[in-house]
Design a protein around this ligand. Structure first.
Ligand code: ATP
Ligand code: MG
Length: 570
């Protein structure tokens, strides 16, 4: 990457130069000292046991961002060491999400399972050094003999088996001679270590399972702590970025690599992302999907990447979000509003403005010619002149929002009420005359008169109107279903240990509102999934994947910043 690009990445010309975050500082320093010969090589190592969420997005954006910023490389590696929970469905969705976020792994798509043979050889190496042994304790017994924070653990009675016996047993474990759970291979480190991870951790367990890539080849599977550091080492990763929980595991990873005399990446821990009003645990997200609390992994209320995408978030909005929250050493919880504001900031720049009425009522312009339709010019995006203009049809009968009319309005009501003049966006000044009611007294039609001299919404004589409202021409309006979303949970932290109930008890019953019979301007008939729109005064919208030409469906990404959204919220 050229230096000028680098600078651009870090500090756009109109923004003040930002200071480097602590990971950038570490990398910059390593480049200075030549520790990795100026190489920067990062990776994203998901376990294919669920769909990715916004926390993973943070890790992807950080890892691929560091590679890009420092002219390095980025790997996508599936940490597929646990066949019991993994599935190809997840592999495919993860690839799609990482690609969508713009992280480029080039030809470096790897699977930890491809290293099983190499890991096995490494294990033999440790056994031969007397640093690993086959243990016959059950998982429960291992747990029971681990000791406590104040007491050392108890050494396994199998700890001092001979190298020959260990080699023989380990090979037979591999061949499948022993039942699941009957033996493990453990590192021989220190049962009295103050760090629990160093108390003879298990490296391999017996599991007669079918692996999604290896089939039935393996009867033993490596534990995460054994496998993970090796994977980074094998791939020549320089900066192995992970979340804070792994700080206590670092000495173990270092111990393994030191004993093997293998290449050492630098592990760097950062704070995981937590967001208010949602849950991020894969187990819980899976439960919400499996028990149909939501409409699949990509339900637009889910914090998953595919859910956010379906909701209308762009990769740029997620990158902006990550830039805004930064990279920290301490765990904290980010307010969901920060995420929503990133969408607003991004969509404000890119969304095409359109007019749509969610809760329609007819507006009849009494003095407008009966059979006339004229085309008026509307600006597509005031933030981007290149998006140009479009024509919207206008005639005697329109739809406006029901809330934009009030029969007995207070003084400060700047919309339609008898005697008051407002601007119809891009069209004309109209003065409200009266309304028509049905037998029950509900308003069914609003009547007004227009000023033909005010075409385009321009004042003909310098007189001003206070309000501008949107509208849709009745004869050409598209019918659509519009889905408005709110937070999935009604409390900030559904996982709060002080909560009395299960996290599912805090699901927000109002998190989805489906509006049938919205009226949209005709240009939206050729909306595509990748398009982003602002329905003026209502919010940012995108087409839903289930939309068809016969039945248009739009999702609201977020409401507009200036909390107009009175209509929408009702
Ligand atoms: P588990 O390991 O329990 O299945 P996980 O969310 O850690 O769940 P992984 O597939 O192991 O899932 O995660 C892949 C990468 O994403 C890891 O490097 C992890 O550090 C990172 N990651 C996961 N959750 C977050 C989060 N909330 N914030 C930042 N990074 C995260
Ligand atoms: Mg993990």
């Amino acid at each position: 990457m050229a230096t000028s690009d680098l600078n651009k990445e870090r500090a756009p010309e109109d923004a003040p130069a930002r200071s480097l975050h602590f990971i950038e500082q570490i990398i910059e320093n390593d480049n200075k000292t030549g520790r990795f010969e100026q190489r920067v090589h990062t990776r994203f190592p998901p376990e294919p046991n669920g769909y990715l969420h916004i926390g993973h997005a943070k890790s992807i954006i950080l890892n691929s961002g560091m590679a890009k910023e420092f002219g390095g490389l980025f790997n996508l590696r599936f940490d597929d060491t646990n066949p019991a929970k993994e599935d190809v469905e997840y592999v495919e969705s993860i690839k799609e999400d990482v690609k969508w976020l713009g992280a480029d792994w080039g030809d470096r798509l790897f699977f930890a399972s491809d290293y099983f043979e190499k890991m096995y050889e490494y294990a033999i190496q440790l056994i031969k050094k007397g640093k690993a042994y086959v243990c016959d304790l059950t998982a429960d017994q291992i747990r029971e003999t681990r000791g406590t924070t104040t007491e050392p653990g108890k050494e396994s009675p199998w700890r001092n088996r001979s190298v020959e016996e260990n080699l023989d047993l380990f090979e037979r474990m591999k061949k499948g001679e022993f039942p699941d759970g009957s033996k493990t291979l453990r590192a021989k480190i220190d049962m009295a270590s103050p760090n629990f991870n160093m108390r003879d951790p298990v490296m391999y367990r017996i599991l007669h399972a079918t692996h999604h890539r290896q089939g039935n080849k393996w009867n033993i599977y490596p534990m995460y702590d054994w496998a993970h550091g090796l994977e980074d080492s094998i791939e020549g990763i320089t900066h192995s970025i992970c979340t804070l929980e792994f700080e206590q595991h670092r000495p173990l990873y270092d111990w393994f690599l030191d004993e093997l005399g293998a290449y050492h990446p630098q592990q760097i821990e950062f704070a995981r992302l937590n967001l208010t009003y949602t849950v991020m645990s894969k187990r819980k997200l899976l439960e919400l999907v499996k028990k149909n609390y939501v409409d699949g992994w990509d339900d637009p209320r889910m914090p998953t990447i595919c859910g956010l995408r379906r909701r209308g978030y762009t990769p740029e909005s997620l990158r902006l979000f990550c830039q805004t929250i930064g990279v920290a050493k301490f765990n904290s919880v980010i307010d969901t509003v920060v995420l929503e504001n990133s969408a607003r900031e991004d969509l404000n720049k890119r969304a095409l403005r359109r007019m749509g009425v969610l809760n329609p009522i007819k507006l009849v312009i009494d003095n407008y010619p009966e059979d006339q339709t004229e085309m008026l010019v509307a600006i597509n995006n005031p933030e981007n002149e290149a998006d140009g203009t479009r024509e919207v049809p206008f005639s005697k009968t329109l739809y406006i929002e029901r809330d934009d009319f009030m029969e007995d309005a207070p003084k400060k009501y700047y919309r339609l009420t008898p005697g008051r003049e407002v601007r119809l966006r891009y069209a004309y000044f109209v003065t409200c005359k009266n309304c028509v009611k049905d037998a029950d007294g509900n308003v069914v039609e609003v009547h007004c008169e227009y000023d033909p001299e005010s075409r385009g919404g321009q004042s003909p004589d310098g007189r001003r109107v206070q309000g501008t409202i949107h509208w849709v021409n009745a004869a050409t309006a598209l019918d659509a279903e519009v889905r408005l979303y709110d937070r999935l949970f009604s409390v900030e932290n559904p996982d709060d240990p002080n909560n009395t109930g299960d996290y599912k008890d805090y699901l927000n019953p109002e998190s989805l509102k489906v509006i049938e019979g919205a009226k949209l301007e005709p240009s939206l008939s050729d909306a595509r999934l990748e398009d982003r729109f602002q329905f003026e005064r209502i919010g940012y919208f995108t087409l839903d994947k289930n939309s068809t030409p016969e039945k248009l469906v739009f999702n609201r990404t977020v409401s507009l910043r200036d909390s107009w959204s009175k209509i929408a919220k009702k």
